[in-house]
Design a binder for this molecule. Structure first.
Ligand SMILES: [Zn+2]
Length: 45
């Protein structure tokens, strides 16, 4: 399969989904975080 541009390649990547609640997460610079903001907030309580 030919990929026309790097932009197209990144579009094809699956979205990140929080394993805790199934929420689709925004791309984050700190991508080592596995859970969405909500679940992380719950944990820190
Ligand atoms: Zn979550």
């Amino acid at each position: 399969m030919l990929i026309k541009s790097p932009v197209e390649f990144f579009r094809m990547l699956p979205k990140k989904i929080c394993p805790q609640c199934g929420e689709i997460m925004k791309e984050q610079a700190e991508s080592y975080l596995m859970e969405c903001d909500r679940c992380l907030a719950k944990k820190s309580e």
